[in-house]
Design a protein around this ligand. Structure first.
Ligand code: GLY
Length: 570
């Protein structure tokens, strides 16, 4: 009875009619989003060339999944500081024809030879830099496998066709942007250590000027082999041989088996509900969905009045403190360790956590049971959002971790390797590049995926749909969560990406915030409650959002004003 499209009914009438029918059936409204059809398609990504690649695929009759492959591959070429063929990521999908969600885990895995000892000195302390720079820092890449899987199982066009824009930009070059240069400045010393990398990004051994055209012919050839051979065209054969030879010659530990064994994993997304909004987000090995579920459960006990102004900010900070503490204590790759997910996301668990929360005083993180304390968060990584005119959606967050990943490129590949090994907890209580601490659950083990904060997310309610995500390391979860709260309050896509940001992650025990995130009165009130506040020097995040409001059937697409991206409606 419900299996017909509402496209021809006036939108408002259709919404009301469906809400009544679904209420009668006892169904949750968002489960039936596939009954509607958006007026437009949209793509938002961190680079206009990637957004254009996605729109071109949609214009040529491709679906959102095809577009996602073209966007991801193009980002890997024109935004090499943030993601690419040497990295990994997560793709959250919604298929309108069945109302089904899919979560494709294309996270990097630790090589078979990697153990905690690989990164520790004789005294058992982490060797500075080993997880950040050079070949030992790199996990086995998952992004090519993710793109191949996406094209093969969900797309309608051949992978080779979807990779054409990436090959074009690798071959013809792209002009160096201020943002790409900023990251390169940070990594110049490391980049200069590796000739294949330096040849491309440091012409004459120096930082290029803005506008310098970066050509990547070897990367173009690597992508051509991938286009011709699909998954195996990257993970076996010539590309695999060159990757492994380069890594081993530079002191790394990859083998051909590591690459040949790499597989994506399809997982159940993590779903939570908050005040009529359904939040569909990333499961382990991302901590994003769990942490968000915990925070929403924590907040759900308070009234709207309690959640407004400085008190609301205080309560959100207290929720984040506890959920990030649990991230540090319990979370890791659930294929390797038992994580008490059900307990952590239960209402009862957060009810108990709330018991010691004061409405007027900050809880020192040191007073919570946790891991011992002791790093900079960045906005590397990249996120894109896609909605097609059938209502299919993709939220993709992909990364090589910090700026230019490990800054290591195996000769003859053009592939910048990730430094995702730094997302493992190398030693309990010792912070990583994002100042995150962790414990045994996130220790290095062969084949294991490092715990992530990447949170590609769908928001759904009787308002409609939002496709959300951002880079930003440990701060990703807080950014997505606050964008969700803003959407619930009626924010547009533009308002969501522009929202001023603040963040707390248990340790360090301070609230980092962008200029303008708090008024002077709010700062005074939060400090009086005992919160330590630190204004960051640079804004954080690079959010890309697509929204579809079903009532007016309006599609919006927005890219973060902090970045250089573009959101467009087609
Ligand atoms: N590499 C950052 C993250 O996955 O959280």
């Amino acid at each position: 009875m419900l299996n017909f499209k509402l496209r021809r009914l006036p939108a408002r009438v259709a919404v009301l009619w469906l809400a009544v029918v679904l209420a009668g059936c006892g169904l949750v409204f968002p489960d039936n989003m596939q009954r509607f059809t958006p007026a437009d398609a949209a793509v938002a990504s961190a680079d206009p060339r990637a957004t254009q690649a996605g729109l071109d695929v949609l214009a040529a009759g491709g679906n959102a999944f095809d577009a996602a492959v073209a966007v991801a591959a193009t980002l890997g070429v024109v935004e090499p500081s943030s993601s690419g063929f040497g990295g990994g990521g997560f793709f959250l999908l919604f298929r309108a024809e069945c109302g089904c969600y899919h979560f494709i885990d294309a996270r990097e895995t630790a090589p078979a030879a990697a153990t905690p000892a690989t990164y520790l000195d004789q005294a058992g302390n982490p060797v500075r830099g080993l997880t950040v720079s050079g070949p030992l820092a790199a996990g086995i890449p998952g992004e090519p496998a993710g793109m191949a899987y996406l094209a093969e199982n969900f797309g309608s066009k051949p992978l080779a066709e979807l990779l054409q824009p990436a090959i074009y930009h690798a071959e013809n070059g792209f002009p160096m942007s201020p943002r790409a240069l900023l990251g390169l400045r940070f990594r110049k010393n490391t980049v200069s250590r590796w000739p294949a990398m330096a040849e491309i990004f440091l012409p004459g051994g120096e930082l290029p000027a803005v506008g310098y055209v970066v050509k990547q012919p070897e990367l173009a050839d690597t992508i051509r082999r991938f286009a011709a051979g699909g998954h195996d065209g990257f993970y076996k054969g010539e590309t695999a041989r060159r990757l492994v030879a380069g890594v081993q010659a530079a002191g790394g530990n990859w083998t051909l088996e590591d690459l040949a064994n790499y597989q994506v994993v399809e997982r159940e997304p993590l779903v939570t509900n908050y005040r009529g909004m359904q939040v569909v987000s990333a499961p382990l090995p991302s901590s994003g969905g769990i942490v968000m579920a915990q925070v929403f459960n924590f907040l759900s006990a308070y009234s709207e009045e309690q959640l407004s102004g400085p008190q609301g900010q205080h309560l959100l900070i207290e929720a984040l403190r506890r959920a990030y503490r649990d991230r540090a204590l319990y979370m890791g790759d659930s294929d390797f360790v038992d994580v008490p997910v059900e307990r952590l996301v239960s209402r009862e668990y957060m009810d108990a956590q709330r018991a010691d929360v004061s409405l007027t005083r900050a809880t020192p993180s040191a007073s919570l049971q946790g891991v011992a304390e002791d790093g900079s968060a960045g906005d590397q990584t990249t996120h894109f959002s896609v909605l097609d005119s059938d209502g299919n959606r993709v939220a993709g967050t992909i990364t090589i971790n910090t700026w230019y990943g490990s800054a290591f490129m195996p000769p003859g590949t053009g592939v910048i390797l990730n430094n995702e090994m730094d997302d493992f907890s190398i030693k309990p209580g010792v912070p990583n590049e994002f100042e995150l601490v962790g414990a045994a659950a996130n220790a290095v083990a062969p084949g294991k995926r490092p715990l992530s904060s990447m949170s590609p997310t769908f928001l759904e309610s009787d308002r409609g749909v939002a496709v959300v995500g951002t880079p930003g390391g440990s701060r990703i979860i807080t950014m997505v969560l606050r964008a969700a709260l803003a959407w619930l309050d009626g924010a547009t896509a533009e308002q969501m990406v522009s929202l001023k940001r603040f963040h707390h992650q248990y340790l360090p025990d301070s609230v980092s915030y962008e200029s303008g995130a708090f008024t002077a009165d709010e700062i005074a009130a939060l400090e009086a409650m005992g919160h330590s506040l630190k204004e960051v020097q640079r804004p954080f995040g690079n959010m890309n959002v697509v929204t579809w409001d079903i009532g007016p059937n309006r599609v919006e697409s927005a890219s973060d004003p902090r970045g250089e991206g573009e959101g467009r409606v087609y």
